[in-house]
Design a protein around this ligand. Structure first.
Ligand SMILES: C=C(OP(=O)(O)O)C(=O)O
Length: 316
Protein backbone atom coordinates (compact mmCIF):
# COMPACT_ATOMS: atom_id res chain seq x y z
CA UNK A 1 0.00 0.00 0.00
CA UNK A 2 1.39 3.45 -0.83
CA UNK A 3 1.75 5.86 2.07
CA UNK A 4 -0.96 8.57 2.14
CA UNK A 5 1.90 11.00 2.67
CA UNK A 6 2.88 10.22 -0.92
CA UNK A 7 -0.33 11.90 -2.07
CA UNK A 8 0.64 15.16 -0.35
CA UNK A 9 2.34 17.76 -2.56
CA UNK A 10 6.01 16.98 -2.95
CA UNK A 11 7.49 19.94 -1.13
CA UNK A 12 10.91 18.87 0.08
CA UNK A 13 13.63 21.48 0.43
CA UNK A 14 17.29 20.43 0.76
CA UNK A 15 19.12 21.65 3.85
CA UNK A 16 22.59 20.16 4.17
CA UNK A 17 22.29 16.39 4.32
CA UNK A 18 18.61 16.68 5.27
CA UNK A 19 15.33 17.80 3.74
CA UNK A 20 12.59 19.96 5.21
CA UNK A 21 9.06 18.99 4.24
CA UNK A 22 6.27 16.45 4.37
CA UNK A 23 7.17 13.06 5.75
CA UNK A 24 10.54 14.26 7.10
CA UNK A 25 11.43 14.62 10.77
CA UNK A 26 10.78 18.18 11.94
CA UNK A 27 13.91 20.26 11.32
CA UNK A 28 14.69 21.87 14.68
CA UNK A 29 16.83 25.00 14.81
CA UNK A 30 18.28 26.55 17.94
CA UNK A 31 18.33 30.29 17.19
CA UNK A 32 21.46 31.70 18.83
CA UNK A 33 20.82 35.05 17.13
CA UNK A 34 22.95 37.49 19.09
CA UNK A 35 22.50 35.71 22.44
CA UNK A 36 26.26 34.96 22.32
CA UNK A 37 26.77 38.66 23.16
CA UNK A 38 29.75 38.77 20.80
CA UNK A 39 31.65 36.08 22.72
CA UNK A 40 32.78 32.98 20.80
CA UNK A 41 32.93 30.90 23.99
CA UNK A 42 29.24 31.63 24.55
CA UNK A 43 28.53 30.66 20.92
CA UNK A 44 30.37 27.34 21.38
CA UNK A 45 28.49 26.63 24.62
CA UNK A 46 25.18 27.32 22.85
CA UNK A 47 26.20 25.02 19.97
CA UNK A 48 27.01 22.32 22.57
CA UNK A 49 23.56 22.80 24.15
CA UNK A 50 21.88 22.46 20.73
CA UNK A 51 23.86 19.29 19.96
CA UNK A 52 23.05 17.81 23.39
CA UNK A 53 19.35 18.50 22.86
CA UNK A 54 19.35 16.89 19.39
CA UNK A 55 18.75 20.04 17.30
CA UNK A 56 19.41 19.81 13.56
CA UNK A 57 20.94 23.28 13.31
CA UNK A 58 21.93 26.45 15.09
CA UNK A 59 21.28 29.84 13.59
CA UNK A 60 22.90 33.26 13.86
CA UNK A 61 21.98 36.77 12.76
CA UNK A 62 24.44 38.60 10.51
CA UNK A 63 24.30 42.35 10.10
CA UNK A 64 26.49 45.03 8.57
CA UNK A 65 26.00 47.55 11.39
CA UNK A 66 26.41 50.66 9.20
CA UNK A 67 23.65 49.42 6.87
CA UNK A 68 21.24 48.03 9.47
CA UNK A 69 21.43 50.81 12.06
CA UNK A 70 19.56 54.04 11.21
CA UNK A 71 22.14 56.89 10.97
CA UNK A 72 20.39 58.98 13.63
CA UNK A 73 20.93 56.20 16.22
CA UNK A 74 24.67 55.63 15.73
CA UNK A 75 25.86 58.10 18.39
CA UNK A 76 23.21 57.36 21.02
CA UNK A 77 24.99 56.12 24.13
CA UNK A 78 23.84 53.13 26.19
CA UNK A 79 25.05 51.11 29.16
CA UNK A 80 26.25 47.64 28.21
CA UNK A 81 28.12 44.85 30.03
CA UNK A 82 31.24 46.27 28.34
CA UNK A 83 30.68 49.79 29.67
CA UNK A 84 28.95 52.81 28.20
CA UNK A 85 29.20 52.90 24.41
CA UNK A 86 27.51 54.30 21.32
CA UNK A 87 24.83 52.20 19.68
CA UNK A 88 26.91 51.66 16.53
CA UNK A 89 29.87 50.43 18.64
CA UNK A 90 27.51 48.09 20.47
CA UNK A 91 26.18 46.73 17.15
CA UNK A 92 29.77 45.95 16.16
CA UNK A 93 30.44 44.38 19.57
CA UNK A 94 27.78 41.70 18.99
CA UNK A 95 28.90 40.75 15.45
CA UNK A 96 31.50 38.10 14.61
CA UNK A 97 33.97 38.76 11.81
CA UNK A 98 35.08 36.24 9.19
CA UNK A 99 37.62 34.63 11.53
CA UNK A 100 34.88 34.25 14.13
CA UNK A 101 32.54 32.55 11.68
CA UNK A 102 35.41 30.31 10.48
CA UNK A 103 35.75 29.08 14.07
CA UNK A 104 31.99 28.59 14.31
CA UNK A 105 31.96 26.73 10.99
CA UNK A 106 34.78 24.47 12.15
CA UNK A 107 33.18 23.89 15.54
CA UNK A 108 29.79 23.00 14.06
CA UNK A 109 31.40 20.57 11.61
CA UNK A 110 33.27 18.94 14.49
CA UNK A 111 30.07 18.67 16.53
CA UNK A 112 28.04 17.43 13.52
CA UNK A 113 25.41 20.17 13.44
CA UNK A 114 24.33 22.50 10.61
CA UNK A 115 24.62 26.26 11.01
CA UNK A 116 23.16 29.07 8.98
CA UNK A 117 22.11 32.66 9.57
CA UNK A 118 19.67 35.43 8.78
CA UNK A 119 21.52 38.05 6.76
CA UNK A 120 19.92 41.44 7.52
CA UNK A 121 21.41 43.19 4.45
CA UNK A 122 22.73 42.31 0.99
CA UNK A 123 26.40 42.58 2.06
CA UNK A 124 25.78 39.97 4.72
CA UNK A 125 24.46 37.56 2.07
CA UNK A 126 27.84 37.80 0.29
CA UNK A 127 29.58 37.31 3.66
CA UNK A 128 27.62 34.13 4.44
CA UNK A 129 28.17 32.80 0.92
CA UNK A 130 31.88 32.47 1.79
CA UNK A 131 30.76 29.46 3.82
CA UNK A 132 28.96 26.40 2.55
CA UNK A 133 25.84 27.18 4.61
CA UNK A 134 22.95 24.76 4.00
CA UNK A 135 20.30 27.52 3.85
CA UNK A 136 19.59 31.17 4.53
CA UNK A 137 16.79 32.68 6.60
CA UNK A 138 14.84 35.89 6.15
CA UNK A 139 13.97 37.50 9.49
CA UNK A 140 10.39 38.77 9.68
CA UNK A 141 11.72 42.33 9.84
CA UNK A 142 13.39 41.83 6.42
CA UNK A 143 10.40 40.29 4.59
CA UNK A 144 9.72 43.56 2.72
CA UNK A 145 13.36 44.06 1.59
CA UNK A 146 13.13 43.06 -2.09
CA UNK A 147 16.85 43.66 -2.74
CA UNK A 148 17.74 41.26 0.06
CA UNK A 149 15.21 38.69 -1.20
CA UNK A 150 16.60 38.89 -4.74
CA UNK A 151 20.17 38.44 -3.46
CA UNK A 152 19.02 35.39 -1.47
CA UNK A 153 17.17 33.90 -4.43
CA UNK A 154 20.32 34.27 -6.53
CA UNK A 155 22.25 32.03 -4.11
CA UNK A 156 20.10 29.07 -5.20
CA UNK A 157 19.96 27.86 -1.59
CA UNK A 158 16.88 26.99 0.42
CA UNK A 159 15.50 30.18 1.98
CA UNK A 160 13.42 30.09 5.16
CA UNK A 161 11.06 33.06 5.15
CA UNK A 162 9.64 34.24 8.48
CA UNK A 163 6.32 36.05 8.30
CA UNK A 164 5.94 37.90 11.62
CA UNK A 165 4.80 41.57 11.50
CA UNK A 166 3.62 41.05 7.89
CA UNK A 167 0.31 41.25 6.00
CA UNK A 168 -0.92 38.49 3.63
CA UNK A 169 -0.23 40.85 0.72
CA UNK A 170 3.36 41.45 1.84
CA UNK A 171 3.86 37.69 2.27
CA UNK A 172 2.48 37.00 -1.24
CA UNK A 173 4.81 39.63 -2.68
CA UNK A 174 7.85 38.23 -0.84
CA UNK A 175 7.02 34.71 -2.09
CA UNK A 176 6.80 36.09 -5.63
CA UNK A 177 10.19 37.79 -5.33
CA UNK A 178 11.86 34.72 -3.79
CA UNK A 179 10.02 32.19 -5.99
CA UNK A 180 8.12 29.40 -4.27
CA UNK A 181 10.37 26.53 -5.42
CA UNK A 182 13.13 26.88 -2.88
CA UNK A 183 11.48 28.41 0.18
CA UNK A 184 10.16 27.28 3.54
CA UNK A 185 7.50 29.58 5.06
CA UNK A 186 7.59 30.19 8.75
CA UNK A 187 4.69 31.46 10.82
CA UNK A 188 5.82 33.87 13.57
CA UNK A 189 4.55 36.59 15.87
CA UNK A 190 7.25 39.21 16.29
CA UNK A 191 6.85 40.20 19.93
CA UNK A 192 9.41 39.25 22.58
CA UNK A 193 8.05 37.40 24.46
CA UNK A 194 4.93 36.77 22.38
CA UNK A 195 1.59 36.53 24.21
CA UNK A 196 -0.23 33.22 23.83
CA UNK A 197 -3.38 34.95 22.61
CA UNK A 198 -1.37 36.49 19.77
CA UNK A 199 0.36 33.31 18.57
CA UNK A 200 -2.46 32.49 16.12
CA UNK A 201 -1.06 29.02 15.47
CA UNK A 202 -3.86 28.21 13.01
CA UNK A 203 -1.96 30.48 10.61
CA UNK A 204 0.22 27.41 10.04
CA UNK A 205 -2.79 25.76 8.38
CA UNK A 206 -3.72 28.97 6.56
CA UNK A 207 -0.23 29.11 5.05
CA UNK A 208 -0.35 25.39 4.22
CA UNK A 209 -3.63 25.92 2.35
CA UNK A 210 -2.49 29.04 0.51
CA UNK A 211 0.94 27.61 -0.42
CA UNK A 212 0.35 23.84 -0.83
CA UNK A 213 3.75 23.25 -2.46
CA UNK A 214 5.70 25.06 0.24
CA UNK A 215 6.77 23.49 3.56
CA UNK A 216 5.45 25.50 6.51
CA UNK A 217 7.22 25.86 9.83
CA UNK A 218 7.09 27.91 13.02
CA UNK A 219 9.45 30.42 14.61
CA UNK A 220 8.42 30.95 18.24
CA UNK A 221 9.18 33.76 20.69
CA UNK A 222 6.75 32.75 23.42
CA UNK A 223 7.55 31.76 26.99
CA UNK A 224 7.16 28.00 27.52
CA UNK A 225 7.23 25.02 25.21
CA UNK A 226 3.61 23.81 24.89
CA UNK A 227 2.67 26.16 22.07
CA UNK A 228 5.68 25.19 19.96
CA UNK A 229 4.66 21.56 20.43
CA UNK A 230 1.14 22.51 19.36
CA UNK A 231 2.66 24.04 16.20
CA UNK A 232 4.20 20.64 15.43
CA UNK A 233 0.86 18.94 16.06
CA UNK A 234 -0.66 21.36 13.54
CA UNK A 235 1.88 20.24 10.95
CA UNK A 236 4.89 22.57 11.25
CA UNK A 237 7.82 20.81 9.56
CA UNK A 238 10.44 23.34 10.71
CA UNK A 239 10.76 24.74 14.22
CA UNK A 240 12.96 27.54 15.49
CA UNK A 241 13.29 28.78 19.07
CA UNK A 242 15.79 31.23 20.52
CA UNK A 243 18.25 29.53 22.85
CA UNK A 244 20.21 31.01 25.74
CA UNK A 245 22.75 29.97 28.35
CA UNK A 246 20.74 31.86 30.95
CA UNK A 247 17.47 33.76 30.49
CA UNK A 248 18.72 36.39 32.92
CA UNK A 249 21.73 37.24 30.74
CA UNK A 250 22.06 40.72 29.25
CA UNK A 251 20.46 41.10 25.81
CA UNK A 252 17.06 41.82 24.28
CA UNK A 253 16.25 38.23 23.18
CA UNK A 254 17.43 36.32 26.26
CA UNK A 255 14.15 36.46 28.24
CA UNK A 256 12.14 34.99 25.33
CA UNK A 257 14.68 32.18 24.84
CA UNK A 258 14.84 28.54 25.95
CA UNK A 259 17.62 27.29 28.27
CA UNK A 260 19.41 23.97 27.67
CA UNK A 261 17.11 21.77 29.80
CA UNK A 262 14.01 23.21 28.14
CA UNK A 263 15.59 22.70 24.73
CA UNK A 264 16.20 19.03 25.51
CA UNK A 265 12.55 18.61 26.54
CA UNK A 266 11.38 20.47 23.45
CA UNK A 267 13.30 18.29 20.98
CA UNK A 268 12.38 15.11 22.86
CA UNK A 269 8.67 16.01 22.75
CA UNK A 270 8.79 17.11 19.10
CA UNK A 271 10.19 13.67 18.21
CA UNK A 272 7.40 11.97 20.19
CA UNK A 273 4.71 14.11 18.56
CA UNK A 274 5.94 13.64 15.00
CA UNK A 275 6.02 9.88 15.51
CA UNK A 276 2.58 9.93 17.10
CA UNK A 277 0.96 11.88 14.26
CA UNK A 278 1.10 8.77 12.04
CA UNK A 279 -0.25 8.69 8.51
CA UNK A 280 -3.97 9.29 9.12
CA UNK A 281 -5.02 5.90 7.74
CA UNK A 282 -7.12 3.81 10.17
CA UNK A 283 -5.62 0.46 11.01
CA UNK A 284 -6.09 -2.14 13.72
CA UNK A 285 -2.75 -2.73 15.38
CA UNK A 286 -1.45 -6.16 16.23
CA UNK A 287 -1.44 -5.12 19.89
CA UNK A 288 -5.16 -4.29 19.78
CA UNK A 289 -6.12 -7.87 18.91
CA UNK A 290 -5.70 -9.17 22.46
CA UNK A 291 -7.84 -6.42 24.05
CA UNK A 292 -10.34 -6.83 21.18
CA UNK A 293 -10.73 -10.54 21.90
CA UNK A 294 -11.22 -9.82 25.59
CA UNK A 295 -13.43 -6.74 25.42
CA UNK A 296 -15.50 -6.86 22.20
CA UNK A 297 -18.67 -8.95 22.33
CA UNK A 298 -19.92 -8.41 18.72
CA UNK A 299 -17.55 -9.22 15.85
CA UNK A 300 -19.00 -6.57 13.49
CA UNK A 301 -18.64 -6.45 9.70
CA UNK A 302 -15.68 -8.18 8.13
CA UNK A 303 -13.33 -6.03 6.14
CA UNK A 304 -14.23 -6.14 2.42
CA UNK A 305 -10.76 -5.71 0.95
CA UNK A 306 -7.19 -6.16 2.00
CA UNK A 307 -6.67 -2.42 1.74
CA UNK A 308 -9.57 -1.77 4.09
CA UNK A 309 -8.42 -4.49 6.42
CA UNK A 310 -5.00 -2.93 6.94
CA UNK A 311 -3.38 -5.03 9.61
CA UNK A 312 -6.66 -6.76 10.62
CA UNK A 313 -6.50 -10.52 10.77
CA UNK A 314 -8.95 -12.73 8.84
CA UNK A 315 -12.28 -13.20 10.57
CA UNK A 316 -11.99 -10.04 12.67
C1 LIG B 1 14.42 37.57 13.84
C2 LIG B 1 14.56 36.49 13.08
O1 LIG B 1 13.59 35.64 12.73
P1 LIG B 1 12.04 35.59 13.17
O2 LIG B 1 11.37 36.71 12.50
O3 LIG B 1 11.60 34.25 12.72
O4 LIG B 1 12.07 35.70 14.65
C3 LIG B 1 15.84 36.09 12.50
O5 LIG B 1 15.88 35.02 11.86
O6 LIG B 1 16.83 36.84 12.63
Amino acid sequence: MTSPLASLPSNLRPVGSRHIGNGQPVYVTGEIGINHNGDLENAFALIDAAVAAGCDAVKFQKRTPEICTPRDQWEIERDTPWGRMTYIDYRHRVEFDEAGYRSIDEYCRKRGIDWFASPWDVESVAFLEKFDVPAHKVASACLTDDDLLRALRATGRTVILSTGMSTPKQIRHAVEVLGSDNIVLCHATSTYPAKHEELNLRMINTLQNEYPNVPVGYSGHEVGLQTTLAAVALGAVFVERHITLDRAMWGSDQAASVESQGLERLVRDIRIIETSLGDGVKKVYEGELGPMKKLRRVAGVVAESEAEAGSQTAGV
